[in-house]
Design a protein around this ligand. Sequence first.
Ligand code: SF4
Ligand code: SF4
Ligand code: SF4
Length: 283
Amino acid sequence: MRKMVIIRSVRVFLATCFLLAFTVMFLDFTGTTAGWFSWLRELQFMPAVLAGSAFALAFLLVLTLIAGRVYCSVMCPLGVFQDFVRLVTLGRRRDLKSHATPCGGAAAAVQGWTRIGFLFTFAGGGLLGLHFAWLDPYAIYGRFVSFCLTPLLKASPFAQSITNWADAHGTSFTHAVEVVFPAMGFVIAAAGVVAFIAALAAWRGRTWCNTVCPVGTLLGAISKFAWLRPRIDEKDCISCRLCERTCRAHCIHIDVKAIDHTKCVSCFDCSAVCPKGAIKWKR
Ligand code: SF4
Ligand code: SF4
Ligand code: SF4
């Protein structure tokens, strides 16, 4: 269990670094930070697809085949943002209710077909040359920061003091970049989508990721073949349900000692909280 706590801590640290880096990159009003972190953008799923980057796509495929949807728990800014919202609104409560969709029922079928529907809409649109950017997680987060937060920051005293400092020192290290204020309709739409996803995250964890996001559905399908997946050891489990209530993806079914690996986002929380060390990562 101690080993899993350490692994979970490393995951949280890396996820925080990724979220901060992407946020700073999108907030750029000094003409510097976008350049610092542009290599991270190359590793994002949709930018890699749109750029035809075989290296990035091969990296993400191998990562997913090794340990499941690590991309979703560490590298995707929209996914980590949802975890941040969940942490802020719920803290580390252990008395949460599991919203796991019962296995094999009508609700599971509806959710499964909804996921497939969004995936085919997204992929079909791409084949027709349409990029449904409102379904692309990287674009959703990027638009939110660029349209809503960057203009606010640019208008703040903080931005002014950096500009004054740069002027006073005659440095080329930073220079003011013209921030274009988008039309109000775009600002409201970008903020509205993220507010909706944030509300879902506070209410039901990764519901957006496991119902709507086409990237999550695709990676979830690949995760079924991952080398390392969380498994419940029936002989050690005492059915305390701590893992079930902790799981942000609501994919643990203690009654049948099963985990839906297509929804698991490889966050390692379940293994870290289990008092009996009954959740092991193996094939
Ligand atoms: S499912 Fe989509 S939005 Fe959620 S973490 Fe994965 S890629 Fe990001
Ligand atoms: S936390 Fe561990 S012991 Fe408790 S229900 Fe989950 S797997 Fe079983
Ligand atoms: S089963 Fe849930 S808690 Fe465990 S790693 Fe997957 S998403 Fe995290």
